[in-house]
Ligand binder design. Structure first.
Ligand SMILES: N[C@@H](CCC(=O)N[C@@H](CS)C(=O)NCC(=O)O)C(=O)O
Length: 234
């Protein structure tokens, strides 16, 4: 069977899946869809994903939508290099951190990053400022968890990178991209450089950035233009 992935540049749910495929060393065929050209709304794509969202993974006859479902599928179909822990207790913790990201981390990161990346951003950035305390609380919790790992640099669960790390990492990267946009420069958000306040997060991110083939997983358009996103957090 050959794995086909429909994805979009800058989609953090899609990036999670690409990191998982890379970590597992699985070959895959790329279908990079353009959001600007509304390729996620083409009849061909809607036939496999009626919501018109990436990522979608096709593996022979199996079609999976929703990035976390895709991670779970890949782990069952290709169990080497597990992403959901080595024991029942680890699996529970991995799911806990994945779901906490979806319930708490993602809303907190989005409230700050989306206005900076996609607008609207009112002068003074009041809505972004109001969202900062909840974001800081999430970053504090993440840093605290990392600090409690045996060498203080993660992973979040057990002794090897899991779905929990990949999911949180892509969110943190989106935050860093937003915090380094020109629009953020005047707002003094206290986020970048991340290591000034959350050095444990930077140390942990280094483990994911060290995955063989990591650079090729990064959203291609983030490297473009006058203000590319930093490719490393340190
Ligand atoms: N919960 C979904 C989120 C998917 C999603 O929202 N994808 C966005 C990009 S990040 C998308 O495809 N948007 C295209 C559109 O709405 O046209 C997952 O984890 O896969």
């Amino acid at each position: 069977m050959s794995i086909e992935l429909y994805w979009g540049s800058g989609s953090t749910p899609a990036w999670r899946v690409i990191l998982a495929l890379t970590l597992k060393g699985l070959p895959w065929t790329s279908h990079l869809l353009s959001f600007a050209a509304r390729e996620t709304r083409s009849p061909e794509f809607l036939a496999i994903n009626p919501r018109g969202k990436v990522p979608t993974l096709q593996d022979g006859d199996v079609v999976v939508n929703e990035s976390i479902a895709i991670l779970a599928y890949l782990d069952r179909a290709y169990p080497h290099r597990p992403l959901f822990g080595a024991t029942p207790a680890e699996a529970a913790q991995v799911w806990r951190f994945v779901l906490e990201y979806e319930s708490h981390g993602h809303p907190a990161i989005s409230a700050v990053s989306r206005p900076l990346l996609f607008g609207p951003l009112e002068p003074g950035g009041d809505a972004v400022r109001q969202a900062l305390p909840a974001l800081y609380a999430e970053l504090d919790l993440l840093a605290d968890r990392i600090s409690r790992s045996p060498d203080g640099a993660g992973p979040l669960v057990g002794t090897s990178l899991s779905a929990a790390d990949l999911v949180w990492f892509c969110g943190i990267q989106q935050l860093v991209r937003a915090a380094t946009r020109p629009a953020a420069a005047t707002l003094d958000l206290g986020i970048w450089p991340l290591g000034d306040r959350w050095p444990a997060i930077v140390a942990w991110a280094g483990q994911i950035e060290a995955i063989a083939g990591y650079d090729a997983t990064r959203p291609p358009h983030w490297a473009d233009g006058e203000h590319p996103a930093p490719s490393r957090l340190r």
